[in-house]
Ligand binder design. Structure first.
Ligand code: DGL
Length: 263
């Protein structure tokens, strides 16, 4: 008997930036991709809303798909709701937190930018990471709901003007000392999906995210699992499945999620 699927959860398409490195390490593991499209976006919601919504949805998803592991592929949900989810569910849950540690290891100017959602950048969790791993760095933060929208648009195949990425980054570079930033943490899983566009708007700056580390964690936690010989078509499940979500079918199919379902 093979092991149950790995379930990736985000508000939208952002979690696909975690799926990619996980797929590279686990080529045949069954994956389910879950997006809370009815609750999107999370970054402008309150802590209370997110902490109430995410465990309930994950409980329903766990019941339907019987995953062996859940990955909260969303910084906003992880920095706010990880402890409540872990307390509510009886299976391993991996979270996504801002990659401040790897950024601090790379920075030469000792000035790091953290680009996330408004909800993520205001979390005490981020203060704690900055104090623990980047104590000698200046850590500048910027929350952008617009960049989440731009990443969704890009995955929908819509054109986005390059100046819009530059305008978002100005939220970091325009802060006092911002011109010294040499590493930016993509602290929202949507942002690595448009990393090439961000990098083009910020020459010489390096971008880091939690994807590769999370993929290694998933591989480690599922080391004893029995996966199928060859990959089966994956399922993408949405809390609202309308025209907008159906328009993602090509992008999802390209990443192995051929079936679309509604929760
Ligand atoms: N992808 C999510 C994150 O990592 C949140 C995007 C949103 O819904 O605002 O924070």
């Amino acid at each position: 008997m093979t092991t149950g699927p790995i379930l990736f959860f985000d508000s939208g398409v952002g979690g696909l930036s975690i799926v990619a490195p996980a797929r590279a390490l686990l080529p045949t593991a069954p994956f389910v991709y879950a997006a809370d499209s009815a609750g999107f976006p999370y970054g402008t919601k309150s802590e209370t809303e997110i902490a109430a919504r995410v465990p309930v949805l994950l409980g329903r998803l766990a019941e339907r798909y019987r995953p062996s592991l859940i990955v909260i592929a969303c910084n906003t949900a992880s920095t706010i709701a990880l402890p409540v989810v872990r307390a509510a569910l009886d299976l391993p849950v991996v979270g996504t937190v801002p990659a401040i540690r790897p950024a601090a290891l790379l920075s030469r100017t000792r000035t790091i930018g953290v680009l996330g959602t408004q909800a993520t950048v205001r979390q005490a969790y981020v203060d704690d990471l900055a104090a623990r791993f980047a104590g000698d760095c200046s850590v500048l933060r910027h929350g952008s709901a617009e960049l989440v929208e731009l990443a969704e648009a890009a995955l929908h195949g819509r054109d986005v003007a390059p100046e819009r990425y530059a305008a978002v980054l100005e939220g970091l570079f325009g802060q006092p000392g911002g011109e010294r930033i040499d590493v930016i943490v993509n602290a929202c899983t949507h942002f690595p999906l448009v990393e090439a566009e961000l990098a083009a708007a910020a020459p010489g700056v390096r971008f880091v995210d939690g994807g590769p580390g999370i993929a290694r964690r998933i591989a480690h936690l599922t080391a004893g699992a029995v996966w199928p010989e060859s990959p089966a078509p994956g399922t993408a499940v949405f809390t609202r499945l309308g025209e907008d979500e159906r328009a993602l079918a090509p992008a999802l199919a390209a990443r192995g999620f051929a079936q679309l379902e509604q929760l």
